[in-house]
Design a protein around this ligand. Structure first.
Ligand code: URP
Ligand code: ZN
Ligand code: ZN
Length: 452
């Protein structure tokens, strides 16, 4: 057999199993998976003995903030961060300026992305109180993997949906087997608590956490689950922070409700009191919870209660965050995270918190299936795109400013040490990052549309 590239000696991991073998790539796709390299005629052979080969991560929760806020992030920097982080497909959130609220904006946003990305990319559509008349077309006339909506303001400029609007959107999407991607927090309660805390003169970081207790999330998740069950709409709950929410979602799934749970690396790294040290740089929503919750999250992740991990990479410019150092209410919500999505989970693997197979399932196979990119993406079987990551499971490294490719010059993860790092990322058989350095080119990344 003839191939372009042959990776030899690595531990190939799928969501089901693992084996030491060789992986051949031809014309950007996986050509073969073999026990040995014998008899294969390869133009290039890469020995990855002692390393893992896993399918590239698909991060469906990336705020490139492009177009609209180049001082925060852009597609070039964001997808460079994806490349070094082992994310081979990034799905852009619609929370841009302009937000992706109609088909024309969807197409214009994609036209603006042409030729600029280092990894493959998709684009979600958006739903808010002002575009209910656009929902059907946004789903049927675009390749959007999901439509994103907020049950609270995040940010205020994007707007939110009330329960009636959420119900209506789900009814429309259900007709087309569409996917509602929901930020679930109770806006009225957040507003009330924030008002009370401000009236008490509170401006410290912990007061922000006090405005968003866990029941602000669990109440909204419960409401979203009821609407999902009543409408039959497919739903994914974004950035779930509470173990209790995951258990409710699991219970609904058990009854056949078509609902999925996404969680994020920051919930597996930080706990509530860390905001005292990091202040506005660790301000996002939903907020971090206590240590017992963090332990339960790892157990639930290992046990299958989390279907996908998304970074929720959402940088703000330093000058937007710094006012929060003196008054936490004055900083916007969002944290960068593309470079650390895999290291956070790989470190969990090294500590026995989850298996590599489970990591592959939540970072690649499940997102590919949920967002309609499977069978082209999400696995390493012959015929699939050769999107893969070579992982060194024993590399121990502390995150440093120079490891960041994002435009964002701060990260709450700086100084954190992880065991297990991506050392090579390939997108459709082409190396886009090696040893933390970019080897790919802007424009290699292609748009991927959902296929269902
Ligand atoms: O605080 C967060 N998560 N900011 C990003 C926007 C969102 O709500 O996902
Ligand atoms: Zn959100
Ligand atoms: Zn987000």
């Amino acid at each position: 057999m003839k191939v372009d590239t042959l990776l030899t000696g690595g531990m190939i991991v799928t969501a089901q199993d693992r084996f030491v073998g060789a992986l051949g790539i031809r014309d950007g796709r996986v050509a073969c998976l073999l026990d040995s390299a014998a008899g294969v005629d390869a133009q290039q052979v890469i020995d990855v003995s002692g390393k893992y080969i896993i399918p590239g991560a698909i991060d469906a929760h990336v705020h490139f903030q492009d177009p609209g806020s180049p001082e925060r992030e852009d597609l070039e920097h964001g997808t460079r961060a994806c490349a070094v982080g082992g994310i081979t497909t990034a799905i852009s959130q619609p929370v841009n300026n302009p937000p992706v609220f109609d088909v024309a904006t969807y197409r214009e946003t994609l036209a603006g992305y042409e030729g600029r990305s280092y990894v493959d990319y998709g684009l979600h559509g958006g739903a808010s109180s002002g575009n209910l008349d656009q929902i059907e077309l946004l789903w049927t006339e675009t390749g959007a993997p999901a439509l994103k909506m907020m049950m609270c303001y995040s940010p205020k400029s994007y707007g939110m949906v009330d329960d009636g609007q959420l119900y209506r959107i789900m009814q429309i999407l259900q007709k087309h087997d569409g996917l509602a991607y929901i930020h679930a927090e109770n806006q009225a309660i957040v507003e009330t608590l924030e008002k009370q805390l401000r009236a008490e003169g509170r401006t410290d970081p912990l007061s922000y956490l006090a405005s968003r207790p866990s029941w602000v999330e669990t109440e909204a998740v419960r409401r979203a689950l009821i609407l999902a069950e009543q409408t039959g709409c497919r739903v994914i709950l974004a950035h779930v922070s509470c173990a209790d929410s995951l258990e409710m979602i699991g219970e609904a799934r058990g009854r056949g409700v078509s609902v999925f749970a996404e969680s994020c690396p920051h919930f597996f790294t930080f706990i509530d009191e860390d905001i005292v040290e990091h202040g506005p740089y660790l301000k996002f929503s939903p907020v971090m919870r206590d240590e017992p919750n963090l332990r339960r999250l790892w157990e639930l992740l290992a046990g299958g209660a989390v279907q996908t991990i998304g970074s929720d990479h959402c940088p703000y410019a330093p000058e937007e965050k710094t006012p929060g150092l003196t008054n936490i209410w004055d900083a916007p919500n969002g944290v960068p995270g593309l470079e650390v999505l895999l290291p956070v989970l790989l470190d969990g693997v090294s500590r026995g918190q989850l298996s590599m197979e489970r990591l592959v399932e939540v970072t690649s196979l499940n997102p590919a299936k949920i967002y309609g990119l499977y069978p082209r993406k999400g696995h390493l079987s012959p015929g699939a795109d050769a999107d893969l990551v070579v992982v060194d499971p024993s590399l121990v490294k502390t995150l440093d400013l120079q490891d960041l490719q994002t435009k964002c010059p701060y990260s709450p993860y700086l100084g954190k040490t992880f065991r297990g790092w991506p050392i090579m990322t390939m997108v459709r058989g082409v190396s886009v990052a090696e040893g933390g350095a970019i080897t790919g080119a802007a424009g290699h990344g292609r748009y991927v549309s959902r296929t269902n």
